[in-house]
Design a protein around this ligand. Sequence first.
Ligand SMILES: [Zn+2]
Length: 348
Amino acid sequence: MAIQDRYHRQRLVEGLGDAGQLALSETTIAIVGLGALGCLTASMLARAGVGSLILIDRDIVELTNVQRQLLYTEEDAAKHLPKALAAKHHLESINSDINVTAQVVDLTHVNAERLLEEADIIVDGLDHFTTRYILNDVAVKHKKPYLFAGVIASQGNVMSIVPEKPTPCLRCVFPEPPPSGAQDTCDTAGVLAPAIGIAASCQAMDALKCATDHIEKITNTLLTFDLWNVKSSRLDLGSPHSECPCCSHHHYEFLNQTHDVEPTTMCGTLTVQLPCQEAFDIESAFERLSEHGSFTHHMTVVRGALNEELGDHGEPITLTCFEDGRVLVHGTDDIGRAKSICTRFIGI
Ligand SMILES: [Zn+2]
């Protein structure tokens, strides 16, 4: 009779067993984006005993996240903790046997291959499209499974890209990212936590299949569902498309971009992200900013409001500065103004 260790109920499942459990313990999974989807999938994978998790997220915990981002607490939001660090802390308290690393960075074409180098499987917890095409390029180029999912309001899409199988890739199905601002996001259309549950469960299940060498159980399909209106369908995607620039012609256009990482507006949140030129001396940034407003320095993040600058809606401009050199300017979506504020108050 099998030992009743913490994984006993999982090892009992036909197809997983002791061999599957051992395989899980030797697997490294990167979760890119620790929002609602990433939190739930990461929690399931940590509990399942996946040996190493790499958590990649650029953002901090806000109180509006706690409704659906199941790893975070009110305290995390009050402390403005980076999501990757808060998630690491909670996952380690769920399973102290696994190895969890946190990367508080914006995944871009510049750093994607380095950040994902150790990962056997890539889980998509993102809420915006452009970065997904970078993940898809990395996955196809390095033959790593990429588990795509997206949820808005009560609707979701789930598709597993397994180059080894092969399945169609993201670009076979959606050849180009939608123009920025053309799609609803969680910030504009909202999101209901139960819809996240379906998508995260599908992702976590396919991660278990990939990790335990059961890719034959993964289908070439796109699952779409709408829990509010109680509808779902599975679209058969067939084979990879012979015209696909990524998986058929191996042109990794999103990964091979040559321009610098550009400032971006974060849709629906009146926030501009200025990319890092180089890492900050976060302590001196804190001292400098404290002369112009009320700022806190917690772990690797400095955050606070400026006294002398009002945002587009008349509220004080708030800055969040990360150790890697990135700055989030909250209160405006004017990139030029955000740059000018950072130059004046932080000297970058
Ligand atoms: Zn393709």
